[in-house]
Ligand binder design. Sequence first.
Ligand code: SAM
Length: 270
Amino acid sequence: MNTWFSELQTPEVSLGLKVKSVLWQEKTPYQELAVLETLSYGRMLVLDGAVQTTIRDEFVYHEMITHVPLTLHPHPRKVAVIGGGDGGAIREILKHPSVEEAHLIEIDERVVEASKRFLPEISEALEDGRAHVHLTDGIRWVKEARDFDLIIIDSTDPVGPAEGLFMPEFYRSIYEALSEDGMMVAQSESPFLEPDIIQRVMAGVSQSFPVARLYLASVPTYPSGLWSFTLGSKETLAEPRAVSFPTRYWTPEIQHSCFVLPRFVEELIR
Ligand code: SAM
């Protein structure tokens, strides 16, 4: 096979990756799912035509959505990931020795199954005894959840079942589900292409949390390559703790520098 996958990131911009083979394709009750073998980025999970993760660059996103909040929390013990069916965030969370339970709340069982079958490097930690998989809607689940130290929203873009994961009421439910010094982080899209989403997420998180901060990382296969995360905390942020395991993107220096924003991003959330 000698063909190209292209993701229409906007009606006028697309990302193209040369594809070696299509490993899996199906229509789930929630979305179109595909796993492609690409020449440059290795295996890639695609949902509704949007790249979710690739073997080559997944470490950036998964390290940054987890280690940034986990090193800021004084004693993360009980953590949840809403979305994130590929299991990459759970893999990174379980590297922290203080974590006793990591819960994955994924609406689409087929994403978990396809990731276990085709992306074992990313999904392997879902088999760990500390990982608990709940195949349900995160919006419903969070209303009953309590005493979490950290809740991570590792969602698809704000359409379909993920739309409610970007709403202020959802951040209020997250606040209620957290312990006294709890934190949340949400993936909040690209400052170049989706500035309004960043503003919406920051405004929503700020309504519920006294501390709300934006940070950035470079993810080559995500729209524009520059990605944002919004962190909400009940307490003032302390100095980050060191980690005792190897990382590929996160470093203690990145932990500080990721919160330093380019002027146009600073102005977006001012
Ligand atoms: N890292 C990826 C990104 O930023 O493109 C997202 C990873 S993960 C595959 C996103 C997951 O969120 C999808 O598997 C989707 O099924 C799940 N999801 C969407 N809406 C959800 C909801 N309301 N509750 C739980 N999971 C949801």
